[in-house]
Design a protein around this ligand. Structure first.
Ligand SMILES: Nc1nc2c(ncn2[C@@H]2O[C@H](COP(=O)(O)OP(=O)(O)O)[C@@H](O)[C@H]2O)c(=O)[nH]1
Ligand SMILES: [Mg+2]
Length: 405
């Protein structure tokens, strides 16, 4: 793997490493997710029976993800992870923290305090799409009458049905507002009194524990493997891109070298493939980029195959066409070098096509694919804008010749 890709993904690797440690130790991570102020920190505190996480009536007390141990489970422990929360107003970095925490968690407590907003619904869907199990908590139940609560639950169930099982949608009051009561004193006068209320989180606790006992270990394993799978897809995608762009640079470099060589020492067009040393070096270079190193003989026979297909497809006239379009492009003042320049451009073009075809063959793991080499050569030829490539070839070759002069 190229160093640049390795460095880019270092933090993902470290994360995977820590997930595997966690798996070994049997730890399970439960993260809260939800809008700012819905009572995420309050809910975790109520479950813990201790004020571990900062709660605030102000907008968004929790700024970092934080963790606290809840209970033992098997040989490991269940940990709660508090997150900053999703915020429509002062957004993205917090949202990213929350998303990342959810992506790493084995289970998500998704907290809402009313019917789902569009943003909440989107987030819920993206968590469920990762196959992370979700317990959906309607918090602040104390703010609603029984009838309102029933209606809200009905609506939430209906909207979340594709992503959350009905039994995994529960109601809580993590930090209920104090109760206002009227008491008649000994003097016969009514006094208003505020009586604190206990948190109501039994439904959350019971359901959470049932899920964790039944599937906790497999959730952690599933989570690590989904993460590892995503990471390897990511690596594969970056490798393809890195090799493609590196390959393209290498192909251009060799094409110019070949063009210059031919411009300085013109050979008959028919003999272009005979001057194949540069092409052989190019193919060997490409094969190393793709981690499938070829020897000179193998590279030579690959070029032979490609050349045969090029001639078969374009006929013997192909080179004439190329030469004439190269000539049309003019000479940029180097009138002496008209023919030489045109031949150089043709040489550039042929090496470029050889490189691109070889690159595709290597990218497919040294295979031509179901339709054989001819189809590959044809698709590369069709994909090249010949006029503009020859224009560039002419410019690059002339620039080189000038600097040599
Ligand atoms: N009425 C009521 N208020 C709550 C409840 N749970 C939390 N709150 C309040 O909502 C505010 C935000 O709570 P907090 O836990 O910091 O929300 P977070 O941003 O989601 O972590 C605080 O003032 C809490 O006291 C609840 O069940 N009922
Ligand atoms: Mg909070």
């Amino acid at each position: 793997m190229p160093e640049s890709v390795r460095l880019d993904l270092a933090s993902d690797y470290a994360q995977l490493e820590s997930m595997l440690d966690k798996l070994n130790e049997g730890h399970i991570h439960v993260a809260v997710l939800g809008r700012v102020g819905v009572g995420k920190s309050s809910l975790l505190n109520a479950l813990l029976g201790a004020e571990k996480f900062a709660v605030s009536p102000l907008h968004g007390e929790t700024r970092e993800t934080e963790m606290a141990g809840w209970r033992e489970l098997g040989e490991g422990g269940v940990y709660f992870i508090d997150t900053p929360g999703l915020d429509e107003v002062d957004g993205e970095s917090r949202e990213k923290l929350a998303r990342d925490a959810a992506a790493r968690a084995d289970l998500v407590l998704f907290v809402v305090d009313a019917d789902l907003t569009a943003g909440e619904f989107e987030m819920l869907r993206s968590v469920a799409d990762r196959h992370t199990p979700v317990l959906l908590v309607l918090n602040k139940a104390d703010r609603y009458t029984d009838a309102e609560r029933g209606a809200l639950l009905g609506s939430i169930r209906e909207r979340a049905v594709a992503h959350v099982r009905t039994e995994d949608i529960v109601v809580a009051a993590a930090d209920p507002a104090p109760e206002r009561i009227l008491r008649v004193g000994a003097d016969g006068v009514e006094h208003e009194e505020m009586r604190p209320r206990e948190p109501q989180v039994e439904a959350v606790r019971d359901r959470l524990w049932i899920i964790l006992e039944a599937e906790g270990k497999s959730l952690a394993a599933l989570n690590a493997s989904v993460f590892a799978g995503d990471l390897s897809d990511e690596i594969a995608a970056r490798l393809i891109e890195t090799r493609r762009s590196l390959g393209e640079k290498v192909i251009r470099t060799y094409s110019v070298a070949k063009g210059v060589a031919v411009a300085l020492n013109p050979v008959p067009v028919a003999d272009l493939f005979a001057v194949a040393m540069i092409d052989v070096s190019l193919v060997i270079h490409l094969s190393r980029i793709y981690g499938l190193p070829l020897g000179r003989a193998e590279a030579g026979s690959l070029i032979g195959t490609i050349a045969t297909q090029m001639v078969a497809i374009m006929g013997t006239v192909w080179a004439i066409h190329v030469v004439s379009s190269a000539l049309k492009l003019g000479t940029g003042g180097l009138s002496v070098a008209v023919t030489a320049g045109a031949q150089g451009a043709v040489a550039y073009y042929s090496t470029y096509v050889v490189g691109r075809v070889a690159q595709q063959y290597l990218a497919q793991g040294m295979a031509w694919g179901p339709d054989g080499p001819k189809a590959v050569v044809r698709s590369i030829l069709d994909g090249i804008d010949r006029e503009s490539l020859l224009g560039q070839a002419g410019d690059e070759i002339r620039a080189r010749l000038r600097s040599k002069a």
